[in-house]
Every structure is written in structure tokens, then in C-alpha cells.
Design a protein around this ligand. Structure first.
Ligand code: ZN
Length: 231
């Protein structure tokens, strides 16, 4: 039997998810009904909790009374509902079980897809000396971080099995290659801050790689770059 959830706790969680959903939808972070969001509602232990999660297959740019549902630590609905949680809810379950987080936000973006594809073989995305690394409460000078990248298996349980091992406790996020990022935090505010920082870093890595490629090309043959820029 799942934990009892007070109505006001459920309503507060749904309201939080609604606000984040509106914000991210306005940024274009839910293309093709992708992405999912969750916040913890009642936490008893790593094997006993209830969280609110976005319903599967919904257009997240549209807001309805049927956008969210409550699920337990196995990702099963805790109330009678015709709504279904996303299959990816299992990954949220694993992150909550392992990290005891307060909120988890998952989005697919072009930057997180491209960068995760480039670094999948390495198993992590290295980033260093960027000020926004401090968003993860890492304060050392010129810090270097490694953001874990997991393979994007078709079977979600196969991915969920890898989550605990992949998590670096200092880094509040994991990326599925060519798929998207899961970022978490102690609460909704922190999870949002972390997600925004990750997306900034992915865009930074992407643009820097392009710039360096052009710079190398320029060093090798200055006229190449000039010809490219006016073509
Ligand atoms: Zn996804």
C-alpha cells in the first residue's frame, strides 16, 4: 500500500509542475510531446514514496486538468485514473530512490542531443572553467566536471538499471545519448536551476567546438575560412 497523501500536498505539487511546464513549454523544451517532469509529494524511505509526474503522451504546450498524476516508487498510479505515467517514469523512480531528490526535470533539446552523441563513447561530457558550474554548488577555481552519459536503450528498464551506477553525487544530472537530460534538485527551484545550467553548458560546449574547428581551419588555410564565410 502506498503512503497517504494529503489533498493540499497533491495540489501544491501539481501547481508547481504546472508552473514549470508553462515556463519550459514557452522555451520550446517539449517538442513532439517529449519530456517529463516530476516532484516528490510524500517521502517515507528509498523504497516507499509518492511523487507527482506528467501524464504520458500529452501536448505540454496545452494545459488541462489532466496533466499530472500521482505514482509510487515503482511508477504505478496511486489513485484510480485513466491517465498513464510516461514509460520514462521508471528513470525518475531510480533517481528518487538513489538520490532522495525533491524534483526531477527531463527535456529533449538539440544541444543535449548533439553533445551527448559526441561524448557517448567516453561515457561523460567534460566541461571546465565555466562560471555556471557553480550552479551545482561546485566552487573551486577553474573546476572541471564530468556529466554522465548513458546509452539510450529502447527498453526503459534497461536504462533504469544503469542509473544508480552512473550517478555522480556531485553532478545533479544524467544524459541519455541522443535523447535528453534528467536534472534534479532538492526542490523544484533547485532542479530548474540545475537544468538551466546544464543546458547552458551544452550550448557552450557545442559552440566552442564549432569555433575551435573554424579556428583550426583558419590556421591551416586562412582562405578556406574566408571562402566559407562568403559562400
Ligand atoms: Zn525522454
Amino acid at each position: 500500500m502506498s503512503l497517504e497523501v494529503a489533498q493540499e500536498c497533491k495540489q501544491r505539487a501539481f501547481a508547481e509542475l504546472h508552473d514549470v511546464k508553462v515556463l519550459f513549454a514557452n522555451r520550446g523544451w517539449f517538442p513532439g510531446t517529449s519530456g517529463n517532469l516530476s516532484v516528490m509529494v510524500e517521502y517515507g524511505s528509498p523504497s516507499d514514496f509518492v511523487f507527482a509526474v506528467t501524464a504520458s503522451g500529452k501536448d505540454k504546450t496545452v494545459h488541462t486538468p489532466e496533466d499530472f498524476l500521482l505514482v509510487d516508487q515503482h511508477g504505478r498510479p496511486t489513485e484510480t485514473t485513466h491517465l498513464k505515467p510516461s514509460a520514462e517514469t521508471l528513470i525518475h523512480c531510480e533517481i528518487y530512490r538513489t538520490m532522495g531528490a525533491g524534483a526531477i526535470y527531463h527535456v529533449h533539446t538539440v544541444y543535449n542531443n548533439i553533445i551527448s552523441e559526441l561524448y557517448e563513447d567516453l561515457g561523460y561530457i567534460p566541461v571546465e572553467k565555466v562560471e555556471l558550474i557553480k550552479a551545482f554548488n561546485i566552487w573551486e577555481q577553474d573546476a572541471r566536471i564530468e556529466i554522465p552519459v548513458l546509452p539510450n536503450f529502447a527498453e526503459i528498464p534497461r536504462i533504469a538499471e544503469l542509473v544508480e551506477e552512473a550517478i555522480n553525487p556531485q553532478i545533479p544530472g544524467i544524459v541519455l545519448s541522443n535523447h535528453g537530460i534528467y536534472a534534479w534538485g532538492a526542490n523544484s527551484f533547485e532542479a530548474k536551476r540545475h537544468l538551466e545550467a546544464f543546458e547552458f553548458l551544452f550550448e557552450y560546449v557545442y559552440r566552442k567546438k564549432l569555433l575551435l574547428r573554424d579556428f583550426e581551419m583558419f590556421k591551416a588555410e586562412p582562405r578556406n575560412l574566408h571562402a566559407k564565410s562568403i559562400s
